[in-house]
Design a protein around this ligand. Sequence first.
Ligand code: ACO
Ligand code: KIV
Length: 519
Amino acid sequence: MTEKIMIFDSTLRDGEQTPGARLNRKEKLKIAKQLAKLNVDVIECGFPVSSPGEFKAVQSIAQQVKGPIITALARTIQGDIDAVWEAIKDAERPRIHTFLGSSDIHMKYKLQKDPQTLLEMGVEAVRYAKRYTADVQYSLEDATRSDLDYMCRVIEAVINAGATVINLPDTVGYAVPEEYGAMISNIMNRVPNIDKAIVSVHCHNDLGLAVANSLEAIKYGARQVECNINGIGERAGNAALEEIVTGLVIRKDYFQDYRTDVQLDEIYKTSRLVSNLTGIPIPVNKAVIGINAFAHSSGIHQDGVLKNLSTYEIINAELIGGKAAQMVLTARSGRHAVKNELQEMGFVLEETEFAQFFEAFLELADKKKEVFREDLEALMADRLAYAAPTYSLEYLQTVSGSRSIPAAVVKLKKDDEIFVETDCGAGPIDAAYNAIDKITGIEPRLETYNLRGVTEGRDALGEVSIMIQYQDKNIVGRGTSTDIIEASVRAYLNGVNKLLSICHMNGNGHTNGCGCDVK
Ligand SMILES: CC(=O)SCCNC(=O)CCNC(=O)[C@H](O)C(C)(C)COP(=O)(O)OP(=O)(O)OC[C@H]1O[C@@H](n2cnc3c(N)ncnc32)[C@H](O)[C@@H]1OP(=O)(O)O
Ligand SMILES: CC(C)C(=O)C(=O)O
């Protein structure tokens, strides 16, 4: 039997304390809904007394987000606790969270009160919160720099007053794992009524130890872990939720007694949403969700991964809802990776041809940081025999608007022959692509679509780059025009023409082998 570790997400409270991460009501609500999908146990969604906007955001979440416990933070001040309750009272499962510093530093300099007075303030705050709800969490702020005897007295007293969760934060990210584990263990052994509360941990990352400290605390009795998506939070941030829950799963041989109920395949989506809405970028090398977490760049690694993923990957990207391993081609890449990339693009080269190609690749790679598919295509260009039938755009007319069915007329020329087709679609671009498919007789899948302005001003040139997939081939297409619909059509046609050329170069023809059936 495994023991459940409750995941308390504080992205919308401590996470939002990240400088620059301010979220409005709608954004907070959107993230909270996604956190519910991620299936966290508790969502701490704000500090209601701090502003009317914050109050309303917490209230909207409490009213609309079902599933997790909804909580918000209050000082040990009645007005703060009233504000929390007013904001969360409509939640399915409301919890009031109140806190007070317990270290000498906080008591002396910040709160400027003696320890006994503060102990009584804590007890009074819990009693007051209990008038509203049964579920009350009490945090001993700066626990890791607090005197153990004093903490034991506070904890015993607030549990007697009704606290159901006791949180022992490493507020300033000062602890090291062994020491933090010992602190939890001492509290578990010395506080006589500790079994009446859930012990929680909340670790900051000032020394980069937040996740290690949180995992260590679990071993000594913590059954709630407070953490934030992407590890955002005050100063250097908090323990990263994705690292804790993925760590428990990937190292279940070590953490065999514990589990969480987090829906791991929602992690990637949640992480991107939080990054987009807070504007806090995800570092490329961020554990679990950085773009490099599943990218392989050096030849020996790429060769290993192509032979068997487990050689250099301990987490399958799909586990967290992410994209499978990516190969980043650089001057440190080897033949296996380059050949594999070419094959995925649909190019099959003889050994001698490939040897020449690889030399050209290395020459280019020495000049560039990263070699992209477009670069490989350019290197292939002079090797491509464009004997295949190539279509050029002769005429394009599209119809779109709020009350019309999007439609397109496309006229293409191949050699001296003219083809005209019409079709409709989800929009004018889709309609034009459908018409082109009718002419060429193949239906590639549009994998990616990107539009950017190449020049400035209202008459700017738009450049569209797309990736189309057809059978096992992934082809990049590009098109430019001052008309973005035309640029989109040119990009598609560019991709389709390349696809047809590759089929010919590989000797497949278009009526057999590759499966194309081109008119
Ligand atoms: C570790 C953490 O993350 S703690 C949570 C941090 N979050 C926030 O601070 C939320 C955003 N904060 C705010 O909106 C404001 O600071 C407010 C509304 C909370 C308070 O604003 P103000 O009344 O203007 O006070 P200000 O922030 O300047 O000072 C804090 C006061 O609260 C006191 N205080 C701090 N923590 C506590 C506590 N847990 N319980 C009681 N009083 C406390 C301080 O001693 C200080 O009191 P003083 O005015 O008597 O010196
Ligand atoms: C209020 C508590 C939980 C906190 O955020 C901290 O101590 O870091």
